[in-house]
Design a protein around this ligand. Structure first.
Ligand SMILES: [Zn+2]
Length: 119
C-alpha cells in the first residue's frame, strides 16, 4: 500500500483530514460502470455519525463500510452477512433477521449472537 500526498477533505463538514485519521466508506452505485467515489470522514464527524445512527437504531449499508459504521453496528448488535460465498458486498442485519442462505461474515467471534451459522 502506498500513500499519496493528496490532502483529503471530510465529505460531511469540509475540513481537511490528516492522513491516517480519515474514515472512509464507499456507497453502492449500481448505475455506474466506474467504482463509486469514496466518502471520507474526519474523526469528529465519524464520531457524530456513529452516535447519531446508534440513536436511530440502524446503520447505513455502504459497499465499503466505514469504521464508524462498524462501531455503530457492533454497539447495536447487528451482524454482517452476504448473499453467497462469491458476493463481494455485505449487509447489516439483526442477528435473528439474516435471510435464509446468507452467510455471516462478522469478524467478532467475541459476540456470541453472531455465531449462529448453521453448519
Ligand atoms: Zn468532518
Amino acid at each position: 500500500m502506498s500513500w499519496t500526498p493528496w490532502q483529503i477533505r471530510c465529505d460531511t463538514c469540509g475540513r481537511f483530514v490528516r492522513w491516517g485519521e480519515e474514515d472512509t466508506s464507499a456507497p453502492f452505485d449500481t448505475a455506474a460502470l466506474e467504482p463509486p467515489d469514496d466518502e471520507h470522514y474526519c474523526p469528529r464527524c465519524a464520531r457524530e455519525l456513529e452516535e447519531y445512527y446508534v440513536e436511530q437504531g440502524w446503520v447505513p449499508n455502504d459497499w465499503i463500510k466505514a469504521g464508524w459504521q462498524r462501531r455503530a453496528a457492533a454497539r447495536l448488535g447487528l451482524v454482517e452477512a452476504k448473499m453467497g460465498p462469491r458476493t463481494a458486498w455485505t449487509s447489516w442485519f439483526k442477528p435473528d433477521k439474516v435471510p435464509d442462505g446468507w452467510i455471516l461474515v462478522s469478524k467478532e467471534p467475541s459476540h456470541p449472537e453472531s455465531e449462529k451459522a448453521d453448519d
